[in-house]
Ligand binder design. Structure first.
Ligand SMILES: Cc1cc2nc3c(=O)[nH]c(=O)nc-3n(C[C@H](O)[C@H](O)[C@H](O)COP(=O)(O)OP(=O)(O)OC[C@H]3O[C@@H](n4cnc5c(N)ncnc54)[C@H](O)[C@@H]3O)c2cc1C
Length: 459
């Protein structure tokens, strides 16, 4: 494999290019004027903050390892310690410690938490007395966990976390793909609670004392550093339009740039683009891959970043932010108090309080059709109800992530296996990205490693 074209300069494509460095002559094509995809910074009131992903999973190694390898090791930082908080009708309430994706492993600790009714707490605690046959087929998170813990636990504790990570809903997301740890326990049979308690007692790996880390200056610095270190030729503003397989197994990529069409050839191609883009590019080569990739739904979301003057605000909230159960009918799905959460941000702008509110779960597209100013007004009104009278922001900006998060529907893992089977019949081509084995940055980097490895070992 002497030459490779990577399509897409999100973190997946850049990680693939980095992985291929010194092994192939790599060109990365990126349709947007900037690299980074869902990792990018922007400015609000003159302060640089993340507009997309703001943290990297640290419990698995791929993202933090790559960040260190490209020179950001010293910039990796921990968020301020604070419990995950849920906006309930009674105000903001912390999830008691010991939960796994919202599932309370110690229902007794829920008793005084003000998150569930006494009936809901009793129903959740009953899980360990319910018989459980081993899970043999994928099902929705909502279906499985409602049967085990009752609807209230799902509505008030699990849904807010699924909204935060996937912009997804419990009744649509696959247990196996969206909650693999829970599914693995369920596949053994028997109640979940004792097994989850054992897992928690075993603790996090010593190398990863925190679940997530950020980057001083913004996680949006991460793809820029990978782009600089990977040695690849990176062409931004260059959208791949079609792929052609040439005699001898090489690939030709036809792209559109600001200056007109561009055609390039290479021994291999990595498609590191969202599933619906990969589907279009693969249509002439693999109808099976096209059909499966097109069937992956996507949720659109919006991030509303706001800056408040510390001296002029009557009130500013404590904590790192909150998550919102959809059952209460609020527009917001989460809020992140960036200036509290990231000490570097507070240090760089001590007079300003920056937060971001996010909205838009799967099925809420009509909400996002509203103009920016409506979304900002609605977000401010809900923030006031949730945390108190913060007053008006100095500046507010909406960042829209149209079809930004793939949804892992029931049967997703089997779908991904069919996609991989179909693409394996196209020598010299590999796919990677958020559509496959995890939407988080670390999982994306892992798929990029595999894609690069596959190209180098099975050209
Ligand atoms: C608002 C938001 C917040 C998030 N927060 C977190 C978080 O805190 N932590 C976390 O781990 N994950 C988070 N995620 C998820 C994570 O950021 C993404 O899943 C991940 O960054 C996706 O990376 P990717 O490279 O696979 O795709 P993308 O980032 O989508 O990159 C794909 C790139 O391909 C380009 N492209 C598309 N089509 C073409 C074409 N035809 N030709 C050329 N280029 C093309 C696009 O312009 C884009 O740059 C968040 C996601 C969103 C939307």
């Amino acid at each position: 494999m002497r030459s490779v074209i990577v399509v897409g300069a999100g973190i997946s494509g850049l990680a693939a290019a980095w992985q291929l460095r010194d092994r192939a002559d790599v060109t990365v094509l990126e349709g947007h004027p900037k690299v980074g995809g869902k990792l990018r910074t922007g400015t609000i009131a003159g302060i640089t903050v993340d507009e997309g992903a703001e943290s990297l999973m640290a419990l698995r190694p791929e993202a933090v390892e790559l960040a260190a390898a490209v020179g950001l090791g010293d910039a990796l930082c921990d968020p301020a310690k604070a419990p995950t908080t849920i906006w309930t009708p009674g105000g903001l309430r912390p999830l008691p410690p010991g939960h796994v994706m919202g599932i309370p492993t110690d229902p007794a600790a829920l008793a005084g938490a003000g998150l569930l009714s006494p009936e809901g707490i009793a129903r959740a605690a009953a899980e360990e007395r319910l018989p459980a046959a081993p899970l043999t087929e994928d099902c929705s998170v909502g279906h499985y966990l409602t049967a085990r813990f009752g609807r209230e636990t799902v509505d008030r504790l699990v849904e807010p976390l699924l909204g935060g990570v996937y912009a997804g809903r419990a009744d649509r997301l696959s247990l196996r793909a969206a909650m693999p740890r829970i599914a693995a326990v369920a596949e053994q049979g028997g109640p979940l609670l004792p097994a989850l308690r054992r897992i928690r007692a075993a603790g996090a790996p010593r190398s990863a004392p925190v679940a997530v880390q950020g980057v001083v200056g913004g996680t949006g610095r991460f793809p820029l550093a990978v782009a600089e270190s990977c040695g690849a030729r990176i062409l931004t503003g260059t959208t791949a339009r079609s792929l052609h397989r040439l005699r001898g197994g090489r690939w030709r990529v036809s792209a559109m740039t600001g200056d007109g069409p561009l055609t390039m050839e290479a021994d291999g191609v990595v498609l590191a683009v969202p599933a619906y883009e990969a589907a279009q590019l693969l249509r002439p080569h693999s109808p099976a891959a096209e059909e499966e990739l097109s069937a992956i739904p996507h949720a659109s979301t919006a991030v509303i970043t706001m800056a408040f003057s510390r001296s002029r605000s009557a009130f500013l909230p404590a904590g790192n932010g909150f998550l919102v159960p959809p059952v209460d009918g609020h527009l917001l799905k989460a809020a992140s108090f960036l200036s509290n959460k990231w000490p570097w941000l507070h240090a760089s702008a001590p007079d300003t309080f920056v937060l971001r509110a996010s909205l838009g779960r799967i099925g809420e597209e009509s909400l996002l059709a509203r103009p920016d100013r409506h979304l900002i007004r609605a977000a401010i009104a809900e923030l006031h109800r949730a945390v108190g009278p913060m007053g008006e922001p100095l500046a507010a900006r909406v960042t829209r992530w149209d079809r930004g998060l793939p949804q892992y529907s029931v049967g997703h893992q089997a779908r991904v296996a069919r996609i991989r089977e179909a693409t394996s019949k196209l020598p010299g081509l590999a796919v990677c990205g958020a559509a496959y084995e995890g939407v988080g940055v670390a999982a994306c980097v892992a798929t990029a490693r595999t894609a690069a490895h596959d190209l180098l070992t099975h050209p």
